[in-house]
Design a protein around this ligand. Structure first.
Ligand code: PEP
Ligand code: CO
Length: 469
């Protein structure tokens, strides 16, 4: 039997239009000048041939995001830079393959949507929403190996590299995992797109997102009161004949740390409209505190792509570092291209952030300033749990708002690690979790995340601080 294509000329036109903004050729010319630079935090893959086969396959797979979407996000971040919008970026420290389920993704999205509503309503500002989702599968580590009871094995580097189990088989890096990371990212992004545009994120659902939460949580009850006010406002608008389409869907973007350069490189594609190169594995990529060396491979890679870029800045960052990063990553001074994500620690932020903000303000280059109040506030309990005090997280945020108020600059957003479930990983919050409670539901594959109550508590506090800034 001869099988003939059933696609009509019309279908072909449709497909051509859909993919017009991305060159589908697997061998599209992509730059790899970063290969000549030192790349920190790369796994020691035991089988280079297998890695080459995997990256070849990745480069033949469809893009996960499109150039036009990345450009739209750059525009949104330009509004953040100009003080007209606020960024909410968050999700797991490390996504996992087993966690890429509809239930877990919906729970994270729901928490993000609830936080965004609290912020939009409380701070009266448009919220740009980016998940640490659909690609956050690789982690930098402070030590290459982990020792337990005298046994030394490679450190866990995220599901894209190796497994969390403390066995040699699990901890040996396996390039096949990069393919699974791609497919889990695709599944997660598909769910996010469906949830945010298919009715679930409709603002009229503002109560429904809270249904399972309201009875037993102070944050849920506070949210319920706010949802009641929003409901009344929506009824009022409907009565006036206004029912804007903008309230029915949500614009959502994906992001991850651009850490495994072989993976991100394999997903670069050339935009056929502009001939510019995009990393199509996510809308927004950030470079971590440990890999942001100016002459290193990660910054060289970031230079080569047209997506909006973030750079994490720790407490040892100097004003010269920041000026050099701006010049390297955004020589054209395009607003929205560069976001600086500070993670200084609650105790240091008031001392170390002002000189950086002042240097940028004096230079005049456009930058979105975002606070990551998590990574400078991690410590280990005597019983061995990596945790964060909720009060330290709020402390760093309040320092961030204070510094920007004093310099007259815009506190542009927050970058946090949270999950949609009631885990017990960070202490404090409205349930006053203690170090002794952490064992109850400690599930993170890497850093401790805020649970849903703590995330909502934080959103209320940030909305208040923003309004006063
Ligand atoms: C992270 O965001 O999970 C991370 C490792 O952050 P940083 O680069 O700021 O340490
Ligand atoms: Co983390």
């Amino acid at each position: 039997m001869v099988v003939t294509s059933t696609a009509s000329p019309h279908d072909k036109l449709y497909l051509a239009a859909e993919f017009a903004d991305m060159d589908a050729s697997p061998h599209a010319p992509t730059p790899a000048t970063w290969r000549a630079r030192a790349a920190a935090q790369q796994p020691e893959w035991p089988d280079p041939d297998k890695l080459a086969a995997v990256t070849a396959e990745l480069s033949s797979l469809p893009p996960l995001v499109f150039a036009g979407e990345c450009d739209l996000l750059t525009e949104r971040l330009a509004a953040v830079t100009a003080g007209q919008a606020f960024l909410l970026q968050g999700g797991d420290c490390a996504e996992t393959f087993v966690g890429s389920t509809a239930t877990a993704v919906r729970a994270k999205l729901r928490t993000l949507l609830q936080m965004a509503v609290v912020l939009t309503y409380g701070a009266s500002v448009p919220i740009v929403k980016i998940g640490r989702m659909a690609g956050q599968f690789a982690k930098p580590r402070s030590r290459p190996t982990e020792i337990r009871e005298g046994v030394e094995l490679p450190a866990y580097r995220g599901d894209a590299v190796n497994g969390l189990d403390f066995t040699l088989a699990a901890r040996t890096p396996d390039p096949g995992r990069l393919l699974r990371a791609y497919h889990c990212s695709a599944v997660t992004l598909n769910l996010c797109r469906a949830f945010t545009t298919g009715g679930y994120a409709d603002l009229h659902q503002v109560h429904a997102w809270n249904q399972d939460f309201v009875a037993d949580s102070p944050a849920g009850q506070r949210y319920e009161r706010l949802a009641g006010e929003i409901d009344r406002a929506l009824s009022f608008m409907r009565a006036c004949g206004a029912d804007p389409a903008e309230l029915r869907t949500v614009e959502f973007y994906s992001s991850h740390e651009a850490l495994l350069l072989d993976y991100d490189q394999a997903l670069t594609r050339v935009d056929s409209r502009t001939r510019r190169v995009y990393d199509t594995s996510a809308h927004f990529l950030w470079i971590g505190e440990r890999t942001r060396a100016l002459d290193g491979a990660h910054i060289e890679f970031a230079k080569s792509i047209a997506n909006p870029i973030g750079v994490k800045l720790g407490p040892d960052t100097t004003p010269d570092d920041v000026l050099a990063l701006m010049e390297t990553l955004n020589p054209e001074r395009r607003p929205g291209r560069l976001t600086l994500i500070t993670r200084m620690g609650a105790n240091r932020i008031r001392e170390v952030l002002p000189p950086l903000v002042e240097a940028v303000a004096n230079d005049g280059a456009p930058v979105a300033w975002v606070c990551d109040p998590m990574h400078g506030n991690t410590f280990e309990t005597p019983s061995g749990y990596k945790t964060r005090h909720f009060d330290d997280v709020l402390g760093e945020l309040s320092g961030f708002f204070e510094v920007h108020r004093a310099t007259g600059t815009h506190p542009g957003g927050i970058h946090i690690e949270f999950t949609g479930d009631n885990v017990t990983e960070c202490t404090g919050g409205s349930y006053q979790l203690e170090a002794d409670d952490l064992h109850q539901r400690y599930e993170t594959a890497c850093d401790p995340r805020l649970n849903r109550s703590q995330a909502l508590d934080l959103a209320f506090t940030v909305a208040d601080s923003y309004r006063r800034s």
